[in-house]
Write a protein that binds this ligand. Structure first.
Ligand code: ADP
Length: 163
């Protein structure tokens, strides 16, 4: 059985992330999405919210599970007995950082390999940051994520504005 983990911040998930998850779910017997609890970043959504958003969005994919994790991706992979870490590559700008991460992970855990899925072209420009930025200025989010996610982004930003 081949099991892969897909770690990231997912603050929140976009069509780009969901595309990677869907494609990975066809390549591996099981895909475990890991939502990083990163204390140095200040995310829009709590880790529990990000996990729930992803669980809802992947509910129809029977071999995908979503958990939160803290610390190193290689440890998350080992905890779940996964031999592969999946990452998405959008453009050359992702490459240097991703290569460095993959090489570091290889030193830390030679038994865990990193595999990159290149983004589908229609999502190459897309990131959670871009989606939040457009949302802050009231732009149309329809091309960025499914309605159940974009609705939550708008609600969250409204709540923040009310404070
Ligand atoms: P991180 O903070 O770990 O980069 P992200 O949530 O931004 O977390 O991204 C998680 C993974 O998904 C990364 O490998 C990133 O390159 C990939 N990714 C993000 N957006 C897209 C997209 N539009 N298409 C394909 N992969 C993407």
């Amino acid at each position: 059985m081949t099991r892969a983990v897909y770690p990231g911040s997912f603050d929140p998930a976009t069509y780009g992330h969901l595309d990677v998850i869907k494609r990975a779910s066809k390549l591996f017997d099981q895909v475990i999405v890991g939502v990083l609890l990163n204390s140095t970043k200040s995310p829009l959504f709590s880790v529990e919210e990000r996990v729930n958003i992803l669980k809802d969005a992947t509910a129809l994919l029977g071999n995908v599970a979503v958990y939160s994790f803290e610390g190193l991706s290689v440890n998350f992979a080992r905890e779940h007995h996964a031999s592969v870490i999946i990452r998405g590559l959008r453009a050359v700008t992702d490459f240097e950082y991703e290569l460095q991460m993959a090489q570091t992970n290889r030193v830390l855990a030679p038994d865990v390999d990193t595999m990159f899925l290149t983004t589908s072209l229609e999502y190459a420009y897309l990131s959670s940051t871009i989606m939040k930025e457009v949302a802050r200025f009231g732009g149309d989010l329809g091309r960025f994520a499914p309605p159940q996610i974009t609705r939550r982004v708008i609600e969250k930003l409204q709540k923040q504005g009310d404070k």
